[in-house]
Design a protein around this ligand. Structure first.
Ligand SMILES: [Zn+2]
Length: 217
């Protein structure tokens, strides 16, 4: 049985929004748990990692789908990206999990259950019309941010990864994943990752994973 332990340390304020309703000047609200604490939902984590693995496979000159244009239709011949993350026709081999706050230790699960998140900040922005190069009233927005003043670490574990090749792609993708959430071009949500791949509780080294990818189809 193969599993991958993931730890993401935030290097900048995090924003993971529920997207604002179209045509509103809405605050881009954060995804929070019942107590107001931030977490990285499985869907955001999966989406970002898929994008990273797609770029990686392409740079290694493997044939891979471009998610926005076409995806694999057969599980037997699926590219690594569709095999791992799924397509409208293929069920992905990996089930993604939410990443929850694990550091600072003082904000452990017990504390979070009893206490609300201390504070969130806001950043204001103006949408620019690309065609007219002017600010548009309708695109004024406010982004809610978590600016904790201490490094936040989010952790989770991908379980029941089917093959070492899949684990190797995920590992490589996680190494290259630089950000989560949206607004990364504004310097938000940059992460540093620590990853450990385990097979029957034995650690698989990066070197073993690298070799796995070199010989994989
Ligand atoms: Zn594909």
């Amino acid at each position: 049985m193969i599993s991958i332990k993931v730890e993401l340390t935030l290097k900048s304020p995090l924003h993971i929004g529920a997207s604002a309703p179209a045509g509103t000047k809405a605050v881009r609200g954060m995804l929070k748990d019942a107590q107001g604490w931030p977490y990285i939902p499985a869907s955001a984590f999966k989406g970002r990692l898929r994008h990273t693995v797609e770029r990686l496979t392409r740079s290694m000159e493997r044939s891979v789908c471009d998610t926005h244009h076409q995806t694999c239709e057969s599980a037997q011949s699926a590219c690594p990206v569709c095999r791992i993350f799924g397509s409208p026709w293929v069920t992905g081999s990996v089930r993604f999990c939410d990443l929850t706050l694990t550091q600072p230790e003082i904000w452990n699960a017990d504390y979070r259950e009893e206490n609300a998140y201390p504070r969130t900040g806001y950043r204001h922005g103006v949408g620019i019309s690309r065609t007219r190069r002017v600010a548009q009233d309708a695109l004024l927005y406010t982004t809610e941010l978590f600016q904790p003043g201490v490094p936040l670490v989010f952790s989770g574990e991908l379980q029941d990864v089917e093959t070492l090749v899949d684990a190797a792609w995920l590992y490589a993708g996680l190494q290259f994943m630089e950000s989560v959430g949206s607004n990364r071009t504004r310097g938000l949500g940059w992460v540093e990752s620590r990853i450990q791949v385990l097979q029957d509780s034995a650690v698989i080294t990066p070197e073993q994973l690298r070799q796995t990818l070199e010989v994989s189809p």
